[in-house]
Design a protein around this ligand. Sequence first.
Ligand SMILES: [Zn+2]
Ligand SMILES: [Zn+2]
Length: 198
Amino acid sequence: MKKSVFTLLLTSAFAAVLALSLAGCGHQHSWEDATCDTPKTCSECGETEGEALGHEVSIGKCSRCGTYIAQNDWNQAMSKVNSASSDFTNVLTQVNNMLKISGLTQSDRARYVDQYAQLMNQYEPGYLRDAKSICEKHVELAGATNAIEEAINLVPAGIDSYDQAGLEQFSDEIKAYQAALLNVLTELEAFAPAKGQS
Ligand SMILES: [Zn+2]
Ligand SMILES: [Zn+2]
C-alpha cells in the first residue's frame, strides 16, 4: 500500500512536469503576422508557425515590403550591357575618326569599317550573353532577356562589299544595333534600384 501511494505521487509529479513542458513557456502566444522574411511569430516567446511568405518579386521592388530584391543581379546585368555599349561607342568613335582622314578611297574606308565591325562582333555578343544569362534567372526580366537576344542578333558582323553599298550597309546595321541596345537599357532601367538604395 505504501509503495503504491509513492508510485502514484511519483506518477502525478511526472505528469505535472510533462504538462508543463507541453505548455511551453505557459502563456497565450501573441502572434504577429508572417512577413516576406519571417513566419508567423509569437512576440513574447519567439515561437514560429508556418513559413515566411517570401517576396512578391524575384527582382525589383517587392510590392509587399518595399525591399529591393536581387539588386546584385541587376547591377551585374547592367554592367555587362554597359560594357557592350561602351565598346560600341568606342568603335563608332574610331570609325568617325577614320572617316575624317582625307585621301582614303571608298574601298579603303569600307575595309577599315569591316575590321571595326568584326572587332565588335568579337566582343559584344559575349557581354550581352552574360547579361542575358543573369536576366533569364528572373521572370520579371523576360522583356529584357528578349531585348538582349534581339541585340545579340543585330551586332554588326562585317560588311558584304568594300564600296559605298558596304558602307551604307554598316551604317544601317549600327543604327539597328544602337536601337536594340537602347531597348535593352530601357527594359533594364524599369527595374533599377531606387536612387540612394545602393
Ligand atoms: Zn509565445
Ligand atoms: Zn517582400
